[in-house]
Design a protein around this ligand. Structure first.
Ligand SMILES: Nc1nc2c(c(=O)[nH]1)N[C@H]1C(S)=C(S)[C@@H](COP(=O)(O)O)O[C@H]1N2
Ligand SMILES: [Mo]
Length: 381
């Protein structure tokens, strides 16, 4: 085979070295695994298979797991870029495929590198609410994550012995000292990658950690921006519910196979029922979260009034005519929880229309997308 003009030996920088690759690889492995597992959990909660029922307690658990998902994804961006820069000479290694193991290892780089770039880019774009694509984000992000993790498992299998050896060993005495080379040293590169990673994470975490709020200048949602001191993702105008929400004929109905006494209640009827207060966060899948004091009617009280059986699940439907988030389901734990409310008030005042006036669902330990606004119907299964 003729030798190509560019091979791995063309790149002689000491930065492209195995120690840097191993340390970056270890950090990326931890970040990706955490990001994948928390993402998988979020997917299970939103599209639960029969064997899975996400508990209602602890109330703030999803806020933590999803905060971790977004934080580890963001932290991985500078690490991945540094890692690709460190290892790109080996993409030109010659001959391209030496043995079967070498072939498997190299082919697994296609899903690994392609998948990593795709999931990180689409995730960050989603947080920034920028959708430069036409595919369904959650489904594509989810499936590409599996492909990426497949590539990662193969890659770790291939590289673990070498990397573990490199990391365990101290720097050999005869290794070329960094200072001999002009430009960025290997330590400098590693330091810069880790610093960028930490800083990016810190300035984005302001969207979920109140003490970091003032640092959160990269966070698109801040805990206190928005009407009634709470961020809004979908406005009433955007959801096309303004007229229906302000209609004096508004009714909340409770119906379905699981109900013996169907209900149709006015806003005044709801206000006349026992009111309960709960301090609960909105924890958006995009990573921002914010705690608020809500009050309204317990879903379990309504179910009891309607004669629903214990352990019922409930579909909560919005006035919103269209859209993926116009309805959500309460599993038996969420439907029965004392803090799962159809809220009428936020911080002691009637809900702002962008927060779901006249009635919204709020419950413990639920992703923001499942806290349905402008609720008009409960369908008991
Ligand atoms: N009907 C309806 N409810 C909805 C949504 C929606 O698009 N339509 N968006 C959800 C999302 S993604 C989040 S994070 C929360 C945001 O609640 P907030 O606007 O009151 O802060 O509402 C949820 N409820
Ligand atoms: Mo959300």
């Amino acid at each position: 085979m003729p030798r190509p003009p560019v091979t791995s030996e063309t790149f002689a920088s000491p930065l492209h070295d195995r120690r840097a690759a191993a340390w970056l690889g270890l950090s990326l492995g931890i970040a990706f695994t955490t990001c994948f597992l928390t993402g998988l959990l979020s997917h299970l909660i939103q599209y639960p298979p029969g064997w899975f029922a996400w508990p209602a307690r602890p109330a703030g658990l999803y806020r933590i797991t999803q905060g971790l998902h977004v934080a580890t994804g963001i932290a991985a961006v500078p690490l991945l870029l540094a890692k690709l820069w460190v290892v790109y000479p080996s993409f030109w290694s010659w001959p391209p495929l030496r043995t079967v193991t070498h072939a498997v290892e190299r082919i697994s780089l296609v899903p690994l590198v392609g998948g990593s770039l795709f999931t990180l880019f689409s995730g960050v774009a989603n947080i920034a609410r920028w959708y430069p694509w036409h595919f369904n984000f959650p489904a594509t992000h989810y499936w590409v994550a599996w492909i990426t993790i497949g590539g990662l498992v193969a890659h770790i299998g291939a590289k673990l012995p070498v990397s573990a050896e490199v990391i365990r060993r101290r720097r050999p005495a005869d290794a070329p000292a960094d200072v001999e080379h002009a430009g960025l040293s290997r330590r400098g590169l590693l330091g810069a990658a880790f610093a960028a990673s930490g800083l990016l994470t810190l300035v984005t975490l302001g969207q979920t950690l109140r003490p970091l709020d003032r640092l959160g200048f990269l966070a698109p949602r801040r805990p206190k921006n928005g009407p009634q001191g709470l961020p809004v993702n979908k406005t009433a105008t955007g959801a096309k519910v303004v007229d229906a929400a302000n209609d004096p004929e508004f009714r909340l109905t409770v119906k379905g196979r699981g109900v013996t006494r169907p209900l149709s209640l006015t806003l005044a009827d709801l206000r006349a029922m026992p009111q309960h207060e709960a301090v609960l966060p909105i924890a958006c899948v995009e990573g921002w979260s914010s705690t608020a004091t809500w009050s309204g009617v317990r879903v379990r009280d309504l179910l009891e009034l309607a004669g629903a059986k214990k352990g019922s699940t409930v579909r909560v439907e919005s006035l919103q005519p269209r859209g993926a988030y116009r309805a959500s389901t309460l599993n038996e734990h969420h439907a029965a929880d004392v803090d799962t409310l159809l809220a009428l008030d936020l911080f002691g005042e009637p809900l702002h229309i962008d927060h779901g006036f006249p009635v919204r669902l709020i419950g413990p330990n639920r992703p923001g997308v499942l806290q349905t606004k402008w609720v008009t119907r409960l369908v008991v299964k």
